[in-house]
Design a protein. Structure first.
Length: 322
């Protein structure tokens, strides 16, 4: 439930490995703030073509979404690898790409400019997007988001080598309808990172910040404490204002494991329904609070019913963060 961005803004929801120790805190701040996420792996894909310089690459057969494996025999893991290969070209580019799980070789002449040879393509390394911060631990600076993992273009859990989180705000909402999930549209508020990301797991993306979020700490609910009945979620659906919205926990699945589908939720809040239609992309990670305890996070929406979706136990998120 995320849609991904560039550094200047989210059009629709990084090179060292940092490891931090996450203690199983008994009290955490439920946040609900929208945040920009940038996860970098060692793959480079074609994001778009330059209108003036991209004609040769397009005519040769290069397509948006192609993963670039090599250029003139040089293996490609970063955008800098492509620049290195271009600086050593003899006037022709031989590019090997992966498309639909098949390898293809494409040959074309780069554009010769005053700044050197140019391919006329825009590149994307890793995945960027918008999500919601679930919890923050003021004692350690650690935080968790999404409640589910970020996948690469092949649908596999992205092997993050570095990452950053950024302050963000919601600028508009596309309302969800039956058969088509809605979406939060956002923008970055600051080019400087809010914090670093250190782990991408199937149960959430985790990071560390020196800035953090204010708010009252709440106790953590054990899985057996979560019951069907009324609850609230915290989300940002306008600007950077966090609000609480009423929901109903319809079912609890104690034996579902760490799948992100431990709770079945139904949105009951009229304001949220009128604005978003229910659960939308970008709300992943919205903390779920019941009886004064942090019980989990929103993770999925039902495509055929945007008023209903799933959540993960907070215990499962914290186990993955450790």
């Amino acid at each position: 439930m995320k849609k991904f961005i560039n550094r200047t803004g989210f059009l629709v929801l990084c090179v060292w490995l940092l490891v931090f120790t996450v203690c199983a805190a008994e009290m955490l701040v439920p946040v609900g703030q929208v945040v920009g996420l940038e996860l970098v792996d060692n793959t480079v894909t074609v994001a778009a073509f330059d209108r003036q310089l991209g004609g040769s690459a397009q005519k040769a057969g290069l397509k948006v979404g192609d993963r670039i494996l090599s250029v003139n025999g040089h293996a490609i893991h970063t955008a800098d690898d492509i620049r290195y290969a271009l600086d050593r070209t003899d006037g022709t580019v031989e590019m090997t790409v992966m498309r639909n799980k098949k390898s293809n070789t494409i040959r074309f002449a780069p554009n010769i400019t005053d700044a050197g040879p140019k391919l006329g393509i825009y590149l994307k390394q890793g995945v960027t997007g918008v999500g919601t911060v679930t919890w923050y631990d003021p004692d350690t600076g650690n935080f968790g988001t999404l409640g589910h993992g970020v996948n690469n273009a092949r649908g596999e859990l992205l092997k993050m080598v570095s990452g950053n989180a950024y302050k963000a705000s919601v600028v508009s909402v596309r309302k969800g309808v039956c058969g088509e999930p809605g979406q939060l549209m956002g923008t970055l508020k600051d080019a400087e990172p809010l914090g670093v990301l250190y782990k991408n797991t199937a149960q959430g993306v985790f990071g560390k910040t020196e800035q953090g979020w204010s708010g009252e700490r709440l106790p953590i609910a054990a899985a057996e404490d979560v019951k069907t009945g009324p609850a609230v979620i915290r989300s940002t659906i306008q600007g950077d204002k966090v609000q609480e919205y009423s929901v109903e926990i319809l079912k609890v699945y104690p034996n579902a494991g760490a799948t992100g589908r431990n709770l079945l939720l139904h949105i009951t809040d009229r304001t949220l329904l009128d604005t978003t239609g229910g659960i939308v992309q970008g709300m992943s990670g919205s903390p779920i609070i019941q009886n004064g305890k942090l019980v989990g996070a929103v993770t999925h929406v039902l495509v055929n019913d945007p008023t209903t979706g799933y959540g993960i136990f907070i215990e499962n998120m914290l186990d993955a963060a450790a």
